[in-house]
Design a protein around this ligand. Structure first.
Ligand code: FAD
Length: 471
């Protein structure tokens, strides 16, 4: 069997070697051809097509330790799959031993301490489901099928970010299997250097097996959803977005998006496929206060659809899931913005009008608030000057259409990147974005990250990620 070594060489390994690993695991070990191998090896973005030599579906810390030991003994490249949502396909690698964490999805909530311990294979929806039982929530992202670990290790933002910061700002601790196959805890008290690195430095330091999230009272109902207008209204709607977002309370998160209308039942059939502009809002505080906060959106012009209503928070957290299915082709370009300038809105409208697929979108996420109040060096996720995220999100179905859609995204980005803070979100970087984009994402934190890497993974065993070279 062809395997890849940590330094990228191809070697032949006898099947017996993997039979030996199977005996050391509680969870299944899948080889090419086994039922489940294809499901495990594929990731959300169909542009990525790689074949690990084997997939270990870990069932606990001991399985993770056994895999790290095995990889060391045989000098095999490791890759780690959480939710498999990373657009650059960082969860998978040709010839690697993949640790598929998707059987580790337990969540334990301590409502008194307002903390949830989540196993590393959880998807966002797993955590929301268990925490909402207690009227609590962790600061997570917008699509419930995303993996918690990849999101948290890169920063993480969603509807609650304006109130409590990056997801990684709200983590109390993590358990992690390190390069020498030890299970350690990283927190403010234990291994604080490692804890610092894990909150933005990605999967560079080991295999995270569990995360402790601080929880906040949210729901059970919030005021949230979308209002849409024809694209001809975009200049006025983006102007409303800009002015409303500037004064919105932290409970209110506003997202503007422009795209061809999806075939959603709340939009008139005649508009399906036609360009629209929409505002997505979530007020995570008292729903009555939320009604007032979004009144000017609901009464604006003549919307073609309005589903901005009181709804369960857990439902809000999965509202957009259907727009981002696994198995389409995706290519994004993103920047952090300090503010929404009128000139940026003009450009956003111009490039949205040139979208080449029914699924692509130009999106502006509002994130400013709590994250801006911490010091840059608080964690490597940094970017404490970011108030919005611009995401030029290309999405299409056929390989033949790759070029046209990638060109669209690149052109739009080239035209709009001048509005950036200079920073970008590490978790939104695509496969073709190299070291200079990682520098834009992690900034001055890279130097300290290299020191943490040198201490915890000097041999660079964990390199299937946005790799930090040991300092
Ligand atoms: C549809 C969609 C919506 C998104 N929405 C948001 C959003 O609202 N907010 C936001 O902040 N981000 C969002 N993202 C980006 C998301 O944060 C990243 O894609 C993130 O990498 C996903 O995590 P994952 O576990 O699914 O990733 P994977 O692809 O499984 O892994 C990504 C990286 O994390 C590492 N990793 C995963 N698990 C572990 C582990 N247990 N230990 C060590 N390293 C590990 C992997 O090695 C890999 O390098 C979205 C992405 C998609 C595709």
């Amino acid at each position: 069997m062809r395997a890849t070594t940590t330094d990228g060489r191809e070697i032949d390994l006898n099947q017996n070697v993997f039979d030996g690993l199977r005996l050391r695991l509680r969870g299944p070990l899948l080889l090419p051809g086994d039922v489940g191998y294809e499901e495990s090896r594929t990731v959300w973005n169909a542009m990525i097509d790689r074949r690990p030599v084997a997939v270990a579906r870990c069932l606990g810390n001991a399985d993770v330790i056994a895999c790290v030991q095995f990889a060391r003994e045989n000098d095999i490249l490791l890759c780690i799959k959480g939710g498999g949502h990373n657009i650059a396909g960082l969860a998978t690698a040709d010839g690697a031993l993949m640790l598929d964490m998707s059987l580790m999805r337990g969540v334990w909530v301590d409502p008194r301490r307002k903390v949830a311990h989540a196993q590393a294979g959880c998807l966002l929806g797993d955590v929301d489901r268990e925490t909402q039982v207690h009227g609590l929530a962790a600061v997570l992202g917008f699509i419930s099928l995303t993996g918690i670990t990849g999101l948290t290790l890169g920063g993480g933002f969603g509807y609650l970010t304006r109130r409590w910061g990056w997801t990684s700002d709200t983590v109390d601790g993590m358990s992690i299997v390190t390069a020498d196959a030890r299970l350690v805890r990283a927190s403010g008290e234990e291994n604080p250097d490692l804890f610092w690195g894990l909150r933005g430095g990605g999967g560079n330091f080991g295999v995270v097996t569990g995360i402790d999230y601080r929880l906040f009272p949210v729901g059970p109902e919030v005021l949230g959803g979308l209002v849409a207008w024809p694209a001809s209204e975009a200049p006025k709607v983006l102007d409303l977005y800009r002015t409303l977002a500037e004064t919105a309370p932290p409970e209110l998160t506003l997202v503007a998006l422009m795209r061809p209308a999806p075939p959603a039942p709340w939009l008139p059939r005649a508009m399906h496929g036609k360009p629209i502009v929409a505002l997505l809002a979530c007020h995570s505080g008292d729903p009555e206060a939320g009604q007032k906060a979004v009144a000017s959106i609901k009464s604006f012009g003549a919307p073609i659809g309005d589903v901005l209503v009181r709804r369960p928070y857990a439902q809000m957290q999965s509202l957009l899931d259907a727009t981002q299915p696994k198995g389409r082709r995706y290519y994004w370009k993103s920047e952090y913005l300090p503010r929404i300038e009128p000139a940026l809105c003009v450009k956003a409208i111009e490039h949205a009008a040139r979208i080449r697929s029914p699924y692509s979108a130009v999106i502006l996420f509002q994130i400013g608030g709590a994250l801006n109040q911490l010091k840059e060096e608080h964690s490597p996720v940094g970017n404490r000057d970011a108030h919005y995220v611009l995401n030029i999100a290309g999405s299409w179905e056929r390989e033949d259409d790759d070029r046209a859609n990638i060109e669209w995204a690149r052109e739009a980005w080239n035209d709009m990147k001048r509005f950036s803070t200079g920073g970008t979100y590490i978790n939104f970087l695509t496969e073709d974005e190299g070291p200079e984009r990682v520098r834009a994402a992690l900034g001055s934190g890279l130097i300290r990250l290299a020191d943490v890497k040198a201490k915890w993974d000097p041999g660079n065993a964990f390199r299937t990620n946005r790799n930090i070279q040991p300092g």
